[in-house]
Every structure is written in structure tokens, then in C-alpha cells.
Design a protein around this ligand. Sequence first.
Ligand code: NAG
Ligand code: NAG
Ligand code: NAG
Ligand code: NAG
Length: 211
Amino acid sequence: MTRTAAWLSALVLGFMVLLPTAVTSTTPAGLCKSINTLKDSLNFTNRRQYMKHNFPINYTIRVHYEEVFRVRNISKLNRTQDLEAQDLQELWLVINQEVLKKVLRVLPERHPSRKYVSDLEHLLRMVEQVFQQVFQQDQDEERQTRERIREICNRVRHSDVTEWKLVKPKALLDNCYRTMHCLFCDCFQCQENFCDVLHWKRGKKRPSKQA
Ligand SMILES: *[C@@H]1O[C@H](CO)[C@@H](O)[C@H](O)[C@H]1NC(C)=O
Ligand SMILES: *[C@@H]1O[C@H](CO)[C@@H](O)[C@H](O)[C@H]1NC(C)=O
Ligand SMILES: *[C@@H]1O[C@H](CO)[C@@H](O)[C@H](O)[C@H]1NC(C)=O
Ligand SMILES: *[C@@H]1O[C@H](CO)[C@@H](O)[C@H](O)[C@H]1NC(C)=O
């Protein structure tokens, strides 16, 4: 009797562990691997040290307003445009590469954060390479990046625009980290609702201190 119960609960537990990944795993494993490497590098300690403490207090960087890409933006884009997960992921890649370029641009050769940021840039390029390999076929066939995404990408790439925002470097990387969790949530087993703005609100109790 107790053995059956134990066996049953083990079975149920096994299902609970297996089910979420089986159902939601749509991001290819190779892509998740590079996303996870990036995630480790973007951990809270690193972001605070390299993006905040190594800068003067309240230091801001001038970025294009489209580069302030937050969790809130994603739900809005997802609501108002007919987009696939892939489109949003691509947008995330383009925007965050630009963001890192902007940060690098303000860092002198010997700045203590310089290596960190260029390592991140490298990691993001790796993600992009895997992303392109994985979705190559779709692209070759018929996938067209949606008009709106292309528009935003173009605007971000060609900064001949006049609308700028002053943003703290850590805030930029916080955005990168959070939106990454939302857009690639199945790489993190979608443990929590990473696309929920409230999830990232300051002061909210979290099991892991990673906000
Ligand atoms: C963050 O990553 C660095 C290495 O990049 C590591 O030394 C540190 O322990 C990590 N911190 C946390 C809280 O995981
Ligand atoms: C930094 O910004 C905060 C909030 O805007 C302000 O209260 C604080 O005085 C600023 N600190 C410095 C050193 O300028
Ligand atoms: C994100 O939202 C802000 C305002 O909430 C807007 O200025 C910005 O253009 C949006 N970014 C994207 C990529 O949609
Ligand atoms: C976008 O909307 C679809 C349909 O409502 C939903 O299944 C998906 O999880 C959303 N994606 C994001 C990143 O919010």
C-alpha cells in the first residue's frame, strides 16, 4: 500500500518535471545553450558591478528610444501586431546588439567594464549565429520579417533619428535580461511568468535574487 503510494507519487512527480519541458520546448536546444551562457554572464552581481558601480552615480547613455525595449513593449507588440515568437526574438537580438555597441562607445580602452561589455557583445553574436542557423530554412523559404519589425530594426540600425533617451547603463542590461527571459522562456522551463511586468517589479519577493 505505502509502496504503491510512493510509486504513484514518484510517477506524478516525474510527470510534473517532464511535462512543462515536453509541452513548451519550442526553442531549439542549441539556441537555449547560448542563451543560457548569456544569462549566466548577465547575472545580477555582474550587472550591478559592471553596469552600475563602475560608472559615476546616475551616469546615463544616450540611446535611440526604440532601444529602450522592455517587457512591457513585448506584450504591447504581441497584442497589436501579428507576430511570431521568432520575430520578437529577432527584434530583441537587433536591439540589444545596438545597445551594447552604444555602451561600448562610451567606454575608454581601459575602463574596468570594457572587457565585460565586449564579452557580452561576443556572446550575443554567438546567439545570433545559432539563431540564424536554426531558422535558416524558414528564411530561405518564405518567412518575411514583418513590416513593423523591419521598420524598427532599420530605425535602430540607422540612428539618423532625432528622438533620444538618456538611460542608465544598468537599466539597459536589466531590460535585456528580463526581455530575454520573456522571449526565450522555454530555455528556462518558463518557471515563472517572465512576460509579466509585475514579476520584475522591485521589492517583489523572489526565490532567486536575479532581478
Ligand atoms: C555571476 O557570474 C560571475 C562570473 O561571470 C560569478 O563569478 C558570480 O559568482 C556569479 N554570481 C552569481 C550571483 O551567480
Ligand atoms: C541620482 O538620481 C537620484 C534620483 O533621480 C537623485 O535623488 C540623486 O540625488 C542623484 N544623485 C546624484 C549624486 O546626482
Ligand atoms: C517601447 O515602449 C516605449 C514607450 O513605452 C517606446 O518609446 C519604445 O519605442 C518602445 N520600443 C519598441 C521597440 O517598441
Ligand atoms: C504572444 O501572444 C500569444 C497569443 O496570445 C501567446 O501565446 C504568447 O505567449 C505571447 N508571447 C509573448 C512573448 O508574450
